[in-house]
Design a protein. Structure first.
Length: 412
C-alpha cells in the first residue's frame, strides 16, 4: 500500500536573519549542503550554523524527531541527548561512521596498538572550508582526530559501509583522499582523476566501488580494491552535483545541472535510463548553461524502486522507477517569507521511510516516503544483483528477456 508523500516535520535555525546575513556576505555559509542520518537511525546531523553541527535524536520506531515522540513501539521511553558541536571553522560536509558489525566486535584483536578504537563507537566526520577534516565522538561531541592534507575546501566525505572505517574525502583541490580511521586516520591513497572541483563521493553498498563527480560533466567510478579508475561515465552536458548507488549496487544515479538524472550500470559503464526534470527535454545549449532547473541533490530509496531529487526553484520530486503510472508529481517547497531559499541536498533514512531535504538557509524538511511493496520479481532481481555484476550475467544460460531484466535494461 502506498502512503502519501507529505511533510512530517522541520528543523529551522533560531536566528535565520543572522544566517541570511552571513550568506549574503563574503562567507558563503551557512548552507545545508548535507543531510545525514546515522547508520542506526538514532541521530540526524544538522548543519545549522556557520560552524555548528547539531546531532538531533531521531525516533526510528516512530519515524520522527525524538522531541515529537520519545516512545518506542512498545511504549518504552527512548533516552538520547542533543549534541551540539562547535566545529571551530565553517563546515561543508558531514558523515557518520561505524566500525565492524556487532558479531565481529568481540573477535580477538590484532595486538597492534592505536590511540583510538573507532570500531566500537559511532563517530562523526566533518569536512571544512579550510581543507581539514575533523573526527568527533558522536555521543559526547568531543574532537578525536584532525586530518590534514587537502589544500582547498572539503565538499564531501563518506565512510565505507563495510565497517572498515575507510573515509573518502572529495575536495575543490580536484583530489579525493582515502583515510584509515583504524590506523589513527593515516591517509592510504590520493586519487587523481578529476581535472576540476570534486563535489560529491559515494560508496557502493559492498564498498567495492566508489563514485565521484564535480564541476566536470563526467563521473568516475573507482575500483576500491586497487584504488584505480574502473569506469568514466560521460553523458551529462553540465556539472554533476551528486550521485548515489542503488541498494543492490547495480545502478549509479547521477544528478546534474543539465536538468537530468542518469541511471548507469557502474560495472559496465552503460547508460541505462534518463529522467528529466524539464519536459520536453532541453536542448544542449539550454542544458549546459544557467537553465533555472539545476538538480542539486539525489538519493536512492532503500526499496530500490524510488529516487528522491531536489532542484533549483524549490522542487522536490520522488520518482517511481518501476511503475511510471504511480510516479509522484513534483512538490513545490518554498518559504513565503523568503524566496531566496534554494534546496541543496536530500537523503533517505536507513529504514527508507523518510526523505530529508536541506536548503540554503540551513532549514531541513522531513518528508514521509511512500511505502510500496515490491513485486517478487523486483525483490528477486535485487537479491541476485547484490552478488552478481552485469558482465557476469551473460555467462549464465538464461532466457533473453530475463537476462535483460536482471541487467536493468528492462524495468517492468
Amino acid at each position: 500500500v502506498e502512503s502519501q508523500f507529505k511533510v512530517v516535520s522541520e528543523l529551522r535555525p533560531r536566528y535565520r536573519s543572522i544566517s541570511r546575513a552571513l550568506r549574503q556576505s563574503s562567507q558563503k555559509l551557512p548552507e545545508c549542503w548535507h543531510v545525514v542520518f546515522s547508520p542506526d537511525e538514532t541521530k540526524f546531523a544538522w548543519l545549522c550554523g556557520n560552524h555548528k553541527v547539531v546531532l538531533v535524536p531521531w525516533n526510528r520506531s516512530k519515524n520522527c524527531l525524538l522531541d515529537l515522540d520519545d516512545k518506542d513501539e512498545r511504549g518504552n521511553e527512548i533516552k538520547s541527548n542533543l549534541v551540539v558541536i562547535d566545529a571551530g571553522s565553517p563546515v561543508n560536509s558531514v558523515a557518520f561512521g561505524t566500525g565492524t558489525p556487532e558479531e565481529h566486535l568481540f573477535r580477538q584483536e590484532s595486538g597492534r596498538w592505536t590511540r583510538f578504537n573507532f570500531s566500537r563507537d559511532l563517530v562523526l566526520a566533518t569536512g571544512h572550508v579550510n581543507g581539514r577534516i575533523r573526527i568527533w565522538d558522536a555521543f559526547s561531541g568531543h574532537v578525536l582526530l584532525e586530518l590534514m592534507d587537502h589544500t582547498d575546501a572539503v565538499r564531501d566525505i563518506a565512510f565505507a559501509p563495510d565497517g572498515s572505517l575507510r573515509l573518502v574525502s572529495g575536495s575543490l583541490d580536484k583530489s579525493l583522499k582515502i583515510w584509515d580511521l583504524k590506523d589513527d586516520g593515516n591517509m592510504i591513497k590520493t586519487l587523481s582523476g578529476h581535472k576540476s572541483h570534486v563535489f560529491w563521493c559515494t560508496w557502493s553498498p559492498t564498498s567495492v566501488y566508489m563514485a565521484s563527480c564535480g564541476s566536470e560533466n563526467k563521473v568516475i567510478v573507482w575500483d576500491m580494491k586497487r584504488y584505480k579508475i574502473h569506469q568514466t561515465l560521460v553523458g551529462h552536458y553540465n556539472s554533476v552535483m551528486a550521485c548515489d548507488f542503488s541498494p543492490d549496487g547495480a545502478i549509479l544515479a547521477t544528478a546534474s545541472r543539465d536538468t537530468r538524472v542518469i541511471l548507469w550500470d557502474p560495472a559496465s559503464g552503460k547508460l541505462l535510463r534518463t529522467l528529466y526534470h524539464v519536459q520536453p527535454p532541453p536542448s544542449f545549449i539550454f542544458a549546459s548553461g544557467a537553465n533555472g532547473a539545476w538538480i542539486r541533490g539525489i538519493a536512492y530509496s532503500r526499496d530500490g524502486m524510488h529516487i528522491g531529487t531536489v532542484s533549483e526553484g524549490g522542487l522536490v520530486r520522488f520518482w517511481n522507477l518501476v511503475d511510471e503510472e504511480r510516479d509522484i508529481p513534483m512538490v513545490k517547497q518554498c518559504d513565503n517569507n523568503d524566496e531566496e531559499e534554494e534546496l541543496l541536498c536530500c537523503s533517505v533514512s536507513p529504514s527508507g521511510r523518510t526523505l530529508a531535504v536541506g536548503n540554503s538557509e540551513s532549514r531541513v524538511t522531513f518528508y514521509q516516503v511512500p511505502r510500496v511493496v515490491g513485486t517478487l520479481k523486483h525483490l528477486a532481481r535485487m537479491a541476485v544483483r547484490k552478488h552478481l555484476e552485469s558482465p557476469n550475467i551473460d555467462n549464465i544460460l538464461l532466457p533473453t528477456r530475463l537476462t535483460e531484466y536482471l541487467k536493468y535494461h528492462l524495468w517492468y
